[in-house]
Structures are given as C-alpha cells and as structure tokens.
Design a protein around this ligand. Sequence first.
Ligand SMILES: Cc1ncc(COP(=O)(O)O)c(C=O)c1O
Length: 387
Amino acid sequence: MAGREAPFSARTAHDSAPNALYAALEARRRAGKPVTDLTVANPTEPSLGLPYDEARILRALGDPRALRYAPEPLGLESARAVIGSRVGVPSSRVLLTASTSEAYAFLFKLLAEPGDEVLVPAPSYPLFDFLTAFEHLRPVPYPLAFDGAWHIDFAALRAAIGPKTRAILVVSPNNPTGHTLTEEDLEALLDLDLPLICDEVFETYPLRPPVRPARLQTVSRGLVFSLRGLSKECALPQLKLAWTTVSGDDAQVHEAMRRLELLGDTYLSVGAPVQHALPELFAATEVTRDALRTRLRENLAAAMAACAGTAVSALPVEAGWYVVLRLPETRTDEAWAGAFLEAGIYVHPGAFFGFARGAYVVLSLLSPPQEFASAAAALVHTVVRDV
Ligand SMILES: Cc1ncc(COP(=O)(O)O)c(C=O)c1O
C-alpha cells in the first residue's frame, strides 16, 4: 500500500484505547481484587442467576419448519402476525430485523440522505453516535431536563430543528433515565411534523404506574416507528430478532412499508429458527420477565434506601433497567466513578450517556439483590466519607 492513504473510511476511525476508568477496572481485575459490576446489561450472564426455561427455549428453536428457506422481505408473515397481535397493529405494518440497531440503520436509509440530521435525546442511549455516523448522518442532541421529573425540553428541541432534520429519535422508557413519553408529549412531537423513531425496548419493564403513557400504535397522523425486540422483552439478546411497527397517516405508512420491503429484501437478515420460535419464546420467557420485574423493583428500592438522608439522590425512575444517582458536584462523574472503583464497584459515569453537566452515575438494576444492595450502600458510603 506504499504511497497510498490507509484504505479505510473516516467514519470507522475509532480510538479503541480503553479510557482511564476501564483501564483501572482491568488493572483491578488483573490484581485479583473483587469488583461488583453495576454496568451489567447482559441478562443471560450466569452470575445474575435469572431464571430461563432453557429446555423450552431450545425446543422452540428446533422447529423443523426452520429447515426450509422461505424468504420474506419484511419477515415471516406468521412471526409478523404474532407481533401484530401482541402490539395491536396489522401484520402489514410490522418489519422484522435482526436487532433494533439494524432497524435504526434501515430507518435512517429510509428517511435521510447522507449529510442529513436526526435529533437525538440527551442523556440517552450511547450507541446513537455510531448508528448515525455509519449511515452518514449527523446526530443533533436535544436535551431532556430534570426538575424533579424528567421531561423533553420542547423549546430546545424546536430550536434544534433545521432544514436538514429528517427525524426525531425518542427512547421511551429512556435509557438511562427511565422517563416515559406521555400522550401530551406525543401530540406535541407530532405537531413538529417530522417522522418519529421511538425506541420502546424497555416498555415491558414498568417500575411504577406510568402517567398517561403514549400509545404509538394508534397514531393516525405523521409517521411513527416503534422499535422493540427480544433482546430486552424476552431477555434473549443472543437470538437476534427485533420488530418495528409503523403507524401514522395511512398513505405515508403504506409507502414506508413498501420501501422497507425493498430494504428488507436486500438484506434478509433474520434467521428462520427464531422467527418460527417467536410465540413459544414469548410464552417461555414469562418466568424470566416476571423475575426481572421483581428484581428491578427490589434493586431500585435498595438504591433509594441507600441514598435516603444522604448527599446522594436516586432520581425517580418510571421504567427500565437503570437508575441514575445524582452526586455532589465536588468531583466530576468520572472522578466519582474512579473513587467507586477503588471501593470495588464499577459504574458508568453520566458522561457516557451524554449528561451535559452535573455529577451523575448510572447503575444497572440487573444484579442479584444482595449484591446490588451492598454495592449501593458501599457506593453511598464512599460519597458520605469523601464530601
Ligand atoms: C435504548 C436501547 N435500544 C436498543 C438496545 C439494543 O437492542 P438490540 O439488541 O435489539 O439492538 C438497547 C440495549 O441496551 C437499548 O438500551
């Protein structure tokens, strides 16, 4: 390759050197010191001890119909019908993909040209920077504000819309704030007259009764995409199946589905076994979902109890797998995360999720309750000791 530039695209250039916190984590592990990992997001991790009906899941995946290849661009009609009846839309408005990440890639191809912009919430899901960059789009953040409860800062959102804006991304319940879109939010978003891409992967994990939750599937104006998948809903990320449902103005929905069919036909990325197994997978993971819901609530209560009466506050959570802790601003969130690691607890600093200011850390609520409760207590103790 002498004399030539490296043969790689600029958008795949990525500094893969571990950041200081991760390097400290690795060093601690190498030294054989214990670490409680409160960033864990993989529900199948054996140390979490979540119940899976393994025999039933394996039986479902062994369906002999999967031996035959019968490609359908939007996904198998039988699987789309299962999703349609679960979510409350006709199967003609359902697209299956291997993951929600792939669904984002399809929707960005559907809605935008290279160089266009999409609005992304902040704080939120850290993958948006990559998902947009790989489709040649520019993510423009709009703030979620906290004033005792989380809400969309609509004035800032409107100000972020420009001539190249092609869609608004919403995560509801949001990762990591657990904030859920209300009917009023949805109406206000639809008034902005841009397609909405709404990630609802945590929808099945409410932690307290939602206040007037938005129902995306019944929307009859604009264009609304809702994304969910097995990864969170059945706690089976390794099976690779996600679904997008499309609602809004009939003519626009029809045209969107027609174009998504072309995209789906070009990749045909969802495997047959998982599609045939779908109804059984929902039934077989009832036990896992129930155990998860119980655990999430228990761990959230433990986090709140640990914070009560201290300089740390657990922000209210409506749903999802995470809790955000607000810390004294005597240190940055990265510095706090470093101090917690010294106490043997690994958490994500808020900056990882795009918290613009303040000192926040994010805790996954998936850990076994005893382990979580003692780590949360130790974390709060570290703050109380240091301020
Ligand atoms: C908001 C959000 N969307 C999507 C995903 C991942 O979904 P998938 O495995 O279907 O790509 C995650 C995973 O953590 C997530 O937090």
